[in-house]
Design a protein around this ligand. Structure first.
Ligand code: H79
Length: 482
């Protein structure tokens, strides 16, 4: 290929295809008026009330998920065998009897836990909220519970309440705090539900008769009393309740009992995993980014930083800073939030490889956060991409290839282009920008020196320096009118 040809090809790679962005608009109420035994706040509030309730969450964009519990002791290994799968599932995946699993509690003494350090890390990462497992499927409460003694204060030598310590630090450091609670699955309380794994073939999918019992009695003696405790023991927190894995046991009437409690906290945000036909506030894609977001719904992709939620000593499959940061940008460009998980170990420490990655993301956000926080989705359509210089469609037109070359976010008078692949052509070329571009600069340029603009016909060419300011993502800011 001669030089001229190659230059044309690099320019073509950055053509934007303008698709409808109507799918990102949030103009309709979320919930269809399906009949709920108890109307939830989403059923009764006005759109304006909903917008006010969701405001901090929509602006925040980036949160820390913390999966921490007794499973951090076995850390993926049981009886000398490495148990495949996610670490917090070890009890189920290895069919551990209730008594044996409960015997982990007296060994749990995470003396290196520091709420101050964890909140400080979340802040340094540029995260605006955190959600911690108050009780996962294993049934162990990571808080001071009078309702059930299988908890970190009553059953361990540690005797401290990490949720109380986190609440205090979040208050001090200006961080929002939410609680994850497994309301339906509970593998150590009689009557709690279990998803089926392996050969757990009975109707209940239990693997130990100690798990058998009446679901309503589990709900009334453990789950509901503990949810009450979580909603009332921590002053202004939680601001989020994150339910998980509803089964057929979570009927509308049972879920309604929980909704009655949630309704007493009118600023609370809760997700779509309560069950019983309640849709909650947020869609929760797990371990993926929906290509088009969720039209008309608030949403949050929750993702692991390696391949497990709960700590596994031998999972070193860490995603690169590049992947994590580009995930955040991709999610923001589609109007969602990123809830990125960390898994503290049995001493209460977030593994260094995880902390380092968060620090790096925070460095980028400290410079470029303006393009992420409180931004609106792309105006270019859900899949920015490129017309292939080589491949053709059936009709002989260049083939459209969705690409990671760049993403875009929006504010009232600005379009941000987060450039992943720095163009070799020396300029960024936009065909039919959705607004009139009046000037441009790079966000990471401390002087915000205007870049040379060339408007020709319906396209804009922005002159760029030879090298990216940040190899992961350099933000081009376009000042726009109308
Ligand atoms: O808390 C994290 C997971 O433990 C929890 N949600 C996130 C936030 C979660 N619980 N269940 N699931 C997610 C989906 C269930 C997947 C399953 Fe399996 C497939 C259950 C049985 C087969 C994964 C693979 C767990 C056991 C084997």
């Amino acid at each position: 290929m001669n030089l001229v040809c190659r230059n044309i090809a690099t320019v073509v790679i950055l053509v934007a295809v303008s698709l409808s962005h109507a799918q990102f608009e949030r103009s309709k109420p979320d919930t269809q008026p399906i009949h709920h035994p108890v109307p939830s706040i989403q059923d009764t509030e006005s759109l304006a009330q909903r917008d006010a309730r969701m405001q901090w969450w929509r602006e925040g964009r980036f949160g820390m998920f913390i999966h921490w519990g007794l499973y951090s002791i076995p850390a993926g290994t049981w009886d000398g065998k490495q148990i495949p799968g996610i670490g917090e599932w070890i009890m189920n995946n290895a069919s551990i009897p209730v008594a044996e699993y409960k015997a982990l509690a007296p060994r749990f003494n995470p003396t290196s836990f520091s709420a101050r350090e964890i909140v400080a890390l979340a802040k340094a990462a540029g995260m605006k909220y955190m959600v911690i497992t108050a009780k996962h499927h294993d049934g162990f409460a990571m808080f001071d519970s009078k309702a059930n003694s299988f908890n970190i204060v009553a059953a361990t030598p540690f005797k401290r309440d990490p949720l109380r310590e986190l609440a205090e630090e979040c208050r001090k450091q200006g961080m929002k705090l939410g609680f994850y609670y497994s309301q339906d699955q509970d593998w150590t309380a009689p009557g709690g539900s279990a998803y089926k794994t392996g050969n757990h073939d009975s109707a209940s999918h239990h693997w130990d008769s100690a798990q058998d019992g009446d679901f309503d009695s589990y709900l009334h003696t453990k789950a509901i009393p503990q949810i009450k405790e979580l909603l009332t023991q921590y002053a202004e927190f939680p601001v989020v309740v994150w339910f998980d894995t509803p089964t057929a046991n979570m009927t509308p009437d049972r879920a309604a009992e929980i909704v009655t409690l949630l309704n007493q906290h009118p600023n609370l945000i809760w997700n779509n995993r309560l069950g019983g036909s309640y849709q909650g506030d947020t869609e929760t894609p797990e371990q993926y980014i929906p290509p088009q977001g969720f039209p008309g719904r608030d949403w949050e992709s929750c993702m692991t930083i390696n391949a497990t939620w709960g700590y596994k000593s031998y999972d070193t499959n860490f995603k690169s800073v590049e992947t994590l940061l580009r995930n955040l940008i991709d999610i923001a460009s589609k109007g969602g939030n990123y809830l990125l998980n960390v898994g503290p170990d049995s001493k209460g420490v977030i593994p260094a490889a995880e902390a380092e990655r968060l620090q790096q993301i925070g460095k980028w956000l400290a410079v470029n956060g303006e393009a992420i926080y409180d931004s609106k989705p792309t105006l270019f359509g859900p899949e920015a991409g490129a017309l292939s210089p080589i491949e053709e469609e059936k009709m002989g037109n260049p083939k459209f290839i969705p690409s990671w070359n760049w993403r875009s976010t929006t504010k009232a008078d600005k379009i941000y282009i987060e450039i992943f692949t720095w163009p070799g052509s020396g300029s960024f070329h936009l065909v039919k920008p959705p607004r009139k571009v009046t000037s441009a600069y790079l966000l990471a340029d401390p002087t915000h020196t205007p870049l040379k603009l060339m408007q020709t016909g319906d396209s804009v060419n922005v002159h760029l320096p030879a090298k990216a300011l940040d190899p992961i993502a350099t933000v081009l800011v376009l000042n726009t009118s109308n």
